[in-house]
Design a protein around this ligand. Structure first.
Ligand code: PLP
Length: 444
């Protein structure tokens, strides 16, 4: 009852019905008028005074605090991210497919079963349950060599790469090689750390290791399981050459394993072949959902303490509730169950996208579909990529251009189309709208 009273008075103050300085009835009078006990009213008044809405002084009438200003209703602040009715952005998994009930079950169990000190300042590496669950999962599913001692939980791939780049910079490294085309955020993170980017071309077998060796770079970021954005899988010979390159010069390979379990050819992680030269970084963003902001690093043992110490200084360890829930989720086999469902679902959606494209836009050429969450599509040369993006946005369709992920931005026109987020009917409608946008872009 006191909460109801609190809410009523708080809302009246916020929307200006009770202005600053207004006098409220005494607790005795209000209690009598409402037919409730006086204790309920004083409790509500005390709480609102603690929140700064009321002034209550011994012997003086209760008043609305003078500093309070009415807050007229406002439209919510618009998001910094553009939203589209049909979103082919490659970054999103199927958000509606996220198993909320099962996750809630894990979250509840994690809170119920965790020790009292689990929610205090934790080990900066992450909660032991999650480090153990990850080490075991990654060993089984990705073929990594992982010791829970050296697993480091972070807030997604981005933080993992950022901590690493800052360490590289502090240790005299000036250049980091990146795949070109490659995920644009790799470049942003590397440059933010004060390092220069050396682009290395990518072909149907992944990064060109001969070109990489020519750059003189001391570290490289690669997406060997599923090159972003081309979808290429790093070939066996290239893998061996890359590891040899790293071992020959005590160099570092940073492996971005962003969506491997969702790919058609599930080759093992590079890290399993050379754990002393490869720093593995995985993420929950594609496997579960990006809003979780959870990732995991398997650094070489010689690098792990430096990164753990950097993580401890930066944020004292990642948020605990999500970590505990993920540990429970993995231990109960729920992650694998979810990934199995999503692989089938994404396969159907990819087929729907390819069929819709071949029907509506036959001169757009999708690259070989290797699974995951996106397909690279080459556009006809006479179609201007920026014009198409702008026209599609006006048609309510969100798409991402290949040039965003090209180091120079001077690549042949192309799109990186995500097919995981929308269900088949929306994909089909989205492609129809893309066709209309393409016709309009042609004319402009
Ligand atoms: C190539 C690549 N790596 C990693 C990620 C995940 O980054 P994060 O874990 O910071 O969300 C993405 C997400 O879009 C990606 O495209």
């Amino acid at each position: 009852m006191y909460q109801q009273l609190e809410r009523t008075v708080r809302n009246a103050i916020r929307d200006g019905r009770l202005p600053a300085g207004a006098r409220l009835p005494s607790s005795r009078a209000l209690a009598a008028e409402l037919g409730i006990s006086r204790g309920v009213v004083t409790s509500a008044y005390d709480q609102l005074a603690a929140e700064g809405y009321l002034e209550t002084r011994q012997g003086a009438p209760v008043r609305v605090a003078r500093a309070v200003r009415a807050q007229p209703p406002r439209a919510p602040t618009p998001s910094l991210l553009e939203r589209f009715a049909y979103d082919f952005g490659p970054g999103l998994p199927d958000l509606a497919g996220f198993p909320r009930d099962r996750w809630l079950r894990s979250l509840r169990s994690a809170w119920r079963e965790s020790a009292l000190d689990a929610v205090g300042y934790g080990d900066p590496r992450g909660v032991p349950e999650l480090r153990e669950a990850l080490a075991d999962y990654l060993r089984r599913v990705r073929g990594t060599v992982a010791d829970p001692e050296h697993v480091l939980v972070c807030t997604g791939f981005r933080q993992g790469l950022s901590l690493t780049c800052r360490w590289l910079r502090a240790n005299g490294i000036e250049h980091v090689a990146l795949e070109d085309p490659g995920w644009h955020a790799h470049r942003l993170i590397v440059e933010e750390a004060g390092l220069a980017v050396t682009p290395v071309p990518v072909d149907a077998e992944g990064i060109d290791v001969v070109e990489l060796a020519r750059t003189g770079a001391e570290a490289v970021v690669v997406t060997p399981a599923h090159q972003f954005p081309t979808g290429a899988v790093l070939g066996a010979r290239r893998r061996a050459a890359l590891i040899e390159w790293a071992e020959r010069g005590d160099r570092l390979v940073i492996e971005d394993d962003y969506d491997a379990e969702l790919c058609r050819d599930r080759v093992g992680a590079l890290q399993g072949l050379a754990p002393d030269r490869v720093l593995y970084i995985g993420s929950a963003s594609k496997r579960l959902t990006p809003g979780m902001r959870l990732g995991w690093m398997l650094p070489p043992s010689w690098l792990s303490w430096a990164l753990i110490s950097a993580k401890a200084i930066e944020d004292a360890g990642s948020e605990i509730a999500g970590q505990l829930a993920l540990a429970h989720f993995i231990a109960g086999g729920e992650l694998e169950r979810h990934l199995r469902r999503m692989r089938l679902r994404y396969g159907r959606r990819r087929e729907a996208l390819l069929a819709a494209l071949s029907g509506a836009l036959p001169d757009w050429r999708p690259s070989e579909a290797t699974g995951g969450l996106h397909v690279l599509v080459a556009l006809p040369n006479n179609l201007d990529e920026p014009t198409l993006l702008a026209t599609a946005a006006r048609h309510g369709v969100g798409i991402e251009g290949l040039s965003l992920h090209s180091y120079t931005g001077e690549c042949a026109p192309g799109l990186v189309l995500g097919h995981a987020y929308m269900a088949e009917p929306a994909i089909e409608r989205g492609v129809q709208l893309l066709r209309e946008a393409a016709i309009a872009a042609h004319g402009s």
